[in-house]
Design a protein around this ligand. Structure first.
Ligand SMILES: Cc1ncc(COP(=O)(O)O)c(C=O)c1O
Length: 341
C-alpha cells in the first residue's frame, strides 16, 4: 500500500476475527472499525458526500448537517474536514461525550436537542431541528442517512463484495440494523448476485424498525424510534431482537477474552448465537459484521456505575465471576447516556 493522503483512504477491509472459541459456536467477525473514524460509518459518509458533490448539492461553501448519535457524526466530520466543508451534527443527550468532543476536535459543531418528540423520541426531535436549520440556512445540506440510497450503496459496493471474496463458503450473514444501510446494502448485493447465503437482521428490543413497540434504549448504533426509509425486509431472511442486558453481558464476556468491542457488535453476536443455536449446524459458515470497537463505551457499557444505574445493581453483580458488591455510591454522577443511530 502507498501513503495515506486523505483520512478516508485508509479503511482496513481484511480484518476478520474468529470468535468460535469464545462463543462456543463458529462465527467469524468482520471488523469495520480500523479507519480514522473508528467505525463502519466512514463508508456511508464518504459515499453520501461523494454523491452529493457529484449531483451538485454540495458546493465549496456548503455546510453538511446530519442527525447522528455519534458514529456518522464522527465520520462526516472526518470527511468534511478533509474536503473543506463545514459540519453540524444534531444529536441528543444520550450521545457519548467522547463522540461529541471528537466531532468538535475535527472542526464540527454539535447541537444537542433536549426534548424527545412525542411520537418518535429523540430521533424525531433531531430530525425536526435538522429541517429547521436547513430552512433557515441556504448553505446547509442534509444528507439524511435514513433515506439516502448512497448509505446502503456504500455496503453494496464494498462490504458485501469484500465478505464474498474473503469467505466464499458463506452460509449466513448477521448484520445489525440502525439506519439499515449496512444491512440493506449487503443483503441486496447477495440477492443480486444470486448468492445462497441467508441474511439475518439483528436489532435491539425497543426499536421500531421492524414493527416492534418502542421502549427506552441506552446503547447506540442499533435500533430506531422511527422506521428508516431505506429498510427493505424483502431482502432479509430473518430478524432477531436482542435485549440490552444480553448486549452488555456479551460485551463483558468478550472483553474478558481481550476483545473490547462496541455494543452493537455484541448485540449482533448475541443474535448470531441464538439464531445459530436454533437453525445452524456444526459446519454452518457464519459471518457477523462488527461496526466499532469498545473504547467509545468506556463510560457506559464498560462502566459498572452506569450499568448499575440503568440496569440495576443485581444485574451488574450477575456479570461478575464471584460474589461481590457493585462499586456504586448512591447519587453518584453517571456519564450521559447514549442511544439510537
Ligand atoms: C456502532 C454502530 N453500530 C451499528 C450501526 C448501524 O449501521 P447502519 O446505520 O448501517 O444500520 C451504527 C450506525 O450508526 C453504529 O454507529
Amino acid at each position: 500500500m502507498g501513503y495515506v493522503r486523505r483520512p478516508y483512504d485508509l479503511n482496513a477491509d481484511d480484518v476478520y476475527v474468529d470468535l468460535g472459541e469464545v462463543l462456543d459456536r463458529p462465527v467469524i467477525v468482520k471488523c469495520e472499525s480500523f479507519n480514522f473514524a473508528g467505525s463502519v460509518k466512514l463508508k456511508a459518509a464518504v459515499s453520501m458526500v461523494t454523491a452529493a458533490e457529484a449531483d451538485g448539492r454540495l458546493r465549496p461553501d456548503s455546510v453538511i448537517v446530519e442527525s447522528s448519535s455519534g458514529n456518522l457524526g464522527v465520520a462526516l466530520s472526518v470527511v468534511a474536514a478533509s474536503r473543506g466543508y463545514g459540519f453540524v451534527c444534531v444529536t441528543d443527550p444520550r450521545s457519548s461525550v467522547q463522540n461529541r468532543r471528537q466531532i468538535e476536535a475535527l472542526g464540527g459543531q454539535v447541537i444537542v436537542v433536549t426534548e424527545p418528540d412525542g411520537d418518535h423520541g429523540f430521533l424525531g426531535s433531531r430530525l425536526r431541528r435538522v429541517r429547521h436549520l436547513c430552512e433557515n440556512n441556504p448553505d446547509y445540506v442534509w444528507l439524511n442517512q435514513y433515506a439516502n440510497e448512497h448509505n446502503w450503496r456504500a455496503h453494496y459496493t464494498t462490504t458485501a463484495p469484500e465478505i464474498v471474496r474473503r469467505v466464499p463458503g458463506l452460509d449466513v450473514l448477521f448484520v445489525g440494523a440502525g439506519t439499515t444501510g449496512t444491512l440493506t446494502g449487503c443483503a441486496r448485493y447477495l440477492r443480486d448476485i444470486g448468492h445462497p447465503a441467508q441474511v439475518i437482521a439483528v436489532d435491539s428490543i425497543g426499536s421500531v424498525t421492524f414493527g416492534g413497540l418502542p421502549s427506552p434504549r441506552y446503547i447506540p448504533g442499533l435500533g430506531t424510534g422511527k422506521r428508516p426509509e431505506i429498510v427493505d425486509e424483502s431482502v432479509i431472511d430473518d430478524i432477531v431482537m436482542v435485549a440490552e442486558l444480553d448486549t452488555i453481558r456479551m460485551c463483558r464476556t468478550l472483553a474478558g477474552a481481550g476483545f473490547l468491542f462496541g455494543g452493537s457488535t455484541s448485540t449482533v453476536l448475541v443474535g448470531a448465537q441464538r439464531w445459530l443455536a436454533a437453525n445452524g449446524g456444526p459446519a454452518t459458515c457464519a459471518v457477523a459484521i462488527s461496526p466499532d470497537l469498545g473504547e467509545r463505551y468506556l463510560d457506559t457499557i464498560y462502566n459498572d456505575m452506569w450499568v448499575a444505574e440503568h440496569f440495576g445493581a443485581e444485574f451488574l453483580a450477575s456479570l461478575r465471576p464471584g460474589p461481590s458488591e457493585p462499586d456504586v455510591r448512591p447519587g453518584e454522577l453517571i456519564s450521559p447516556l447514549v442511544g439510537g443511530v
